[in-house]
Write a protein that binds this ligand. Structure first.
Ligand code: FES
Length: 128
C-alpha cells in the first residue's frame, strides 16, 4: 500500500489516498478517480498541463518511480520544467526530478506527496 497525499491551493485541505500496490495506474488516473483537480488535457504526455511536484516520503529508501517516459522527458524539457542536471541525475543516478507529469507517472508502492498549483502547466514553487 502506498500513501499518496495530494496538496494544492485549489483544494480545501490535503487528501491522502491509499493506492493499491501493483495497480500500475497513473497518478492522474488515481487523482481523477477521487476527484482531485489536477488539470489535464491530452493525458498522453504531450501538453504538460498535468504538471505536479513529487516529494518522496519514505525517508532513506531509494525512490522507485524514477523512470520517465521519453514523452515526459521531452515535454518537461520543452516547458522549462526539466534542467539538464535533473535529467542527468534521473538517467545516471536514479534520482527523480522534482517535477513530473501526472499522466505519465506510474504510482508505485511508496509514500509520496503530490503538489500542484491547479493551473495547467504552472508549477508549485520549489522553495515552499
Ligand atoms: S495531460 Fe497532457 S501531459 Fe499530462
Amino acid at each position: 500500500m502506498a500513501n499518496v497525499t495530494f496538496s494544492s491551493p485549489v483544494m480545501e485541505k490535503d487528501m491522502t489516498l491509499y493506492a493499491v500496490a501493483g495497480d500500475n495506474g497513473t497518478l492522474l488516473a488515481l487523482a481523477k478517480q477521487h476527484n482531485i483537480p489536477i488539470p489535464f488535457q491530452c493525458q498522453d504526455g504531450e501538453c504538460g498541463s498535468c504538471l505536479v511536484k513529487i516529494t518522496y516520503l519514505d525517508g532513506g529508501k531509494a525512490p522507485m518511480a524514477v523512470t520517465l517516459t521519453e514523452k515526459e522527458k521531452l515535454t518537461l524539457s520543452v516547458n522549462g520544467k526539466m534542467t539538464k542536471e535533473w535529467l542527468e541525475q534521473a538517467e545516471v543516478n536514479d534520482v527523480p526530478p522534482p517535477y513530473r507529469l501526472a499522466c505519465q507517472y506510474i504510482v508505485r508502492d511508496e509514500d509520496i506527496l503530490v503538489e500542484f498549483s491547479g493551473e495547467p502547466g504552472v508549477e508549485i514553487d520549489l522553495r515552499r
